[in-house]
Design a protein around this ligand. Structure first.
Ligand code: URA
Length: 283
């Protein structure tokens, strides 16, 4: 039994956290930030000059100084991701390699690693951004409201993540396997670190077609953003036809964009050679 004064103190602490904007408990145990000595020490270092200042500063030899150590840290982290991804020779091995990858800080705040859902033999591989709250809890991509809309959109053209028949199946993953705090956008560094795993994921699944939903997968796979311009136009990456389209979460916020999304779905259906009968067989 917790003593009354301690209970009061805990309640006051909780109220204070709620006032600060903490609206959700993400784990059963508190994280001991003091135990994260290395990270705290690094964060406490004085700010390093940014790349522009660094490029302008010259040492005695007239050469620009080396890139900031943090950029070098990221390069090392990316190189490790590349090596781990290349060594994975199956989807199970890839999942394990991601679970063991220590460099992406998002893993610390996430409940679950969200790897993929659907049929790995599918012709279509769909790539989203990152898990949200529901996906973090379930450990599966696209299970929240956006995911339910996605399922309805796919059903409208005869596709289904639960289908065993590869002709009608889809396979779904995200650029990032861990939920970013408060569903913020993934950073460039997070995308860089996790991209080798995503590319290997695509190689191991070997789909006929990639569908990129929203800006984040377009930035990761195509190196370009601007989904409003990119959507609906077939392009190519990793030797595969790629169709960028709106993210279903955007469609929930912007119903007027559903018309364009429908036209993208029809383009996908045509590319797969599916017809009305495929949809009817299912219903
Ligand atoms: N949004 C995404 O991009 N991916 C998910 O898994 C869920 C929501």
């Amino acid at each position: 039994m917790v003593p009354a004064d301690e209970r009061e103190a805990l309640r006051a602490l909780l109220e204070w956290q709620i006032e600060l904007g903490a609206d959700e408990a993400i784990g059963d145990r508190a994280v001991d930030r003091f135990a994260e000595g290395d990270r705290a020490a690094r964060d406490a270092e004085p700010a390093r000059p940014g790349p522009t200042a660094a490029a302008e500063a010259r040492d005695a030899t007239g050469q620009p100084p080396a890139a900031p150590a943090e950029a070098a840290d990221i390069d090392v982290a990316v190189a490790e991701a590349e090596a781990a991804a290349a060594a994975a020779d199956s989807l199970d091995a890839l999942r394990e390699a991601i679970a063991a990858y220590p460099h992406c800080e998002l893993r610390k705040g996430a409940r679950n690693l969200v790897f993929a859902d659907g049929n790995p033999k599918a012709r279509v591989m769909i790539i989203g951004e990152a898990p949200g709250r529901d996906e973090d809890r379930a450990g599966r991509p696209f299970v929240g409201r956006a995911g339910q809309l996605l399922d309805r959109m796919l059903a409208a053209i005869g596709l289904d993540r639960n289908a065993e028949d590869p002709r009608r199946a889809v396979y779904i993953t995200n650029v990032l396997p861990w939920r970013p705090p408060h569903n913020r956008e993934p950073t460039v560094e997070e995308i860089r670190m996790m991209l080798p795993f995503l590319r290997r994921h695509i190689e191991l699944v070997g789909p006929e077609v990639l569908v990129l939903m929203g800006n984040t997968p377009c930035q990761a796979i195509l190196g370009r953003k601007g989904i409003t311009r990119l959507r609906g136009k077939w392009t190519e990456a990793m030797g595969l036809p790629v169709l960028p389209t709106f993210h279903p979460a955007y469609l929930l916020r912007t119903p007027s964009a559903k018309r364009d999304a429908w036209s993208d779905l029809l383009a996908l259906r045509a590319r797969l050679g599916l017809g009305d009968s495929d949809r009817k067989e299912e219903s």
